[in-house]
Design a protein around this ligand. Sequence first.
Ligand code: FPP
Length: 255
Amino acid sequence: MSSSTKSTANALTMPRHVAIIMDGNGRWAKLKGKLRTFGHKAGVEAVRASVRYARENNIQALTLFAFSSENWKRPEEEVGVLMDLFTLVLKSEVKRLNKNGVRLQVVGDTARFGDKLVSLINKAEKLTEHNSELVLNIAANYGGRWDIVNACQQLAAKVKQGELSAQDIDETLFDQHTSLHGLPEVDLLIRTGGDHRISNFLLWQMAYAELFFSSELWPDFDEHVFHQAVLDFSSRQRRFGLTGEQIESEEVAPC
Ligand code: FPP
């Protein structure tokens, strides 16, 4: 990494948790006269660059939206290529991630994936579970609404079994039943590809996230674009419902 993208502790306010909607693979490929799947394959290098940047800049967690609950509706061939690509990437990258101290977690309704992929996911999660340099969450067959409904179902079951009463449910307890429990909430959401929307990503976890939209298509994403997003994040005043004056006087710590 160049020194221009490596931050120093005092110079920037770093986000603790960054989430990325990796959009634009299909358009990138089309611009080159290739099939959409060519764009997905090229997107893997941008995934590597984003993990590298996050690790080298002490970001605690990076969550990448790889496959949404709605992506099953894409042409069968494209879904097949994406599944093969996840399998391939898991096989080829896990050793390196582990060597670099990265903890890998796959979040989403993974039960719908084939046995082979589920077994690879389980092995990769087990192998890396004690790593602490960076938590890399791959959101696969994930939807923000699914995550919220899933938490509700777990809580409802506990109430039914008498482990909890409905009055015990507060934001902290609810959060503990969501996919990214235990991690800081998302500070920064980056979306590539030029669209300005959240697309059913981390609805609960992004309540106070700063949003950064880039017109770059995902395969062109690299450390420099990531750094631009971090610079932009660092320049923002996060108020969490307080006034600017309160934040400036530092009398009231934001929650
Ligand atoms: C969105 O671009 C991208 C995806 C649905 C797939 C993302 C997958 C990768 C980057 C490859 C592998 C990643 C991992 C983590 C193993 P799009 O197809 O919607 O692009 P478009 O908007 O130009 O059509």
